[in-house]
Design a binder for this molecule. Structure first.
Ligand SMILES: [Zn+2]
Length: 397
């Protein structure tokens, strides 16, 4: 028996709870919690999911919440992950639901992700009599520090819930109402390091090193709307300039006799990190008083399943329209994503949910201080993911 739900039934339930989910997102936006401190957010999520009748476990890998929705009959299990933490910066937004916490703001849209995750659970819970199998919802803490996914995995979340596939959304600067898949690609990993220099020429040497590091970048942060449009187009062009890339940032501080360079870089594919490390080491070795320290091995890239991304694109075009689903190589602004660690363990994919409406001043660019999102994207995320997850239960049955 198929357990794929009618999209019209999903849309109907989603429309009923949409206003309330926007309210939840605003409540989270007002009271952002930083990585590792998601106490209230987790409590709010757990309360809503218990009320919806899901089996809820809290305190998984820190403040992680795991909720299991069981359909009417037996069947496969699929998982969906939403992250909950805020960014440790102030926002420029000053509207009626601006952050009330100095030094913390939902500049990466995890408040939207959390509201969408709750919405998916609530919609599917209302339609559970027509579902066979289980949907596991993972509400993850500490994504911004790339620690939360690892903590939930080490806590044994996959062993206990045994999903066969896993999915997630991240918001991005695509037009609201659209969504992107990244078959076989995804988001770059990240390498972080610092170089300490001493001696009378430390400042000059530091400057040359920052030039070297910045020189690894094959792309730069777009400086104009035209450059930004070009970048989005390049992301969608097969064999285009973003098939391989490096995005680097460095910062130099110095006093008379000491200098320090702190830097991170994001590269696609992952093999590029070893080459860049070699070049950096030889540049540093050539200097008299310099030392480079890498912050552990590079964090791995997030790679989406080609087949499941294509299956998602086909399904989602039926829900959102033929032109509403795009294929791209990565997502601007190329942030690392610790969903990578889930995708190392299970087949699955992450999708980029468009939340931008530039004419309304909503840029949808994660981590920009003026990040702002069109909240109608919440409903789009709920409808598309609830339908897609039920389609995966049917496909795996
Ligand atoms: Zn994020």
């Amino acid at each position: 028996m198929s357990s794929e739900l009618d999209q019209s039934a999903i849309d109907e339930v989603a429309a009923r709870i949409d206003g309330e989910l926007v309210g939840l997102r605003r409540a989270l936006h007002r009271c952002p919690e930083l990585a590792g401190g998601e106490r209230r957010t987790a409590a709010l999520v757990a309360e809503r999911l218990r009320a919806a009748g899901l089996a809820v476990t809290t305190g998984v890998g820190g403040h992680g919440v795991v909720a299991v929705l069981s359909g009417a009959g037996p069947g496969p299990t699929v998982a969906y992950r939403a992250d909950m933490d805020a960014v440790d910066e102030d926002e420029q937004y000053a509207g009626e639901f601006a952050s009330q916490v100095p030094g913390a703001a939902h500049l990466c849209g995890h408040d939207l992700h959390t509201a969408i995750g709750v919405g998916i659970a609530e919609v599917l819970a209302q339609l559970r009599e027509r579902l066979n199998g289980k949907v596991v919802l993972l509400f993850q803490p500490a994504e911004e520090t790339l620690a939360g996914a690892r903590a939930m995995l080490e806590d044994g979340v996959l062993e206990r819930t045994a999903p066969q596939e896993i999915y997630a959304l991240h918001c991005g600067p695509l037009p609201v109402g659209t969504l992107a898949v990244m078959p076989g690609t995804g988001l770059p990993g990240q390498d972080r390091f610092r170089i300490e220099l001493s001696g009378s020429a430390a400042g000059d040497a530091g400057k040359r090193l920052t030039d070297l590091i910045d020189g690894f970048s094959t792309i730069r942060h777009p400086q104009s709307p035209g450059e930004f449009q070009q970048l989005l187009e390049d992301l969608r062009t097969p064999d285009g300039p973003l098939e391989r890339f490096v995005f680097a940032r460095s910062q130099l501080t110095w006093t008379d006799e000491r200098a320090e360079v702190r830097a991170w870089l994001r590269a696609w594919p992952d093999s590029r990190y070893a080459e860049i490390r070699d070049e950096l080491r030889s540049a540093v070795d050539a200097l008299p008083d310099a030392r480079i320290t890498f912050q552990g091995p590079p964090f791995p890239a997030m790679v989406c399943s080609p087949e499941l991304s294509e299956a998602a694109a086909a399904h989602l075009r039926g829900v959102l329209g033929a032109h509403a689903v795009m294929v791209q190589h990565a997502a601007f602004p190329f942030n690392g994503e610790d969903f990578a660690l889930f995708l190392q363990r299970l087949p699955g994919a992450m999708f980029i949910l468009g939340v931008a409406d530039p004419e309304a001043g909503l840029n949808g660019i994660p981590h920009s201080p003026d990040f702002a999102a069109d909240e109608t994207a919440i409903g789009v995320g709920v409808r598309s993911m609830a339908g897609f997850l039920s389609s995966r239960l049917a496909a795996l049955a």
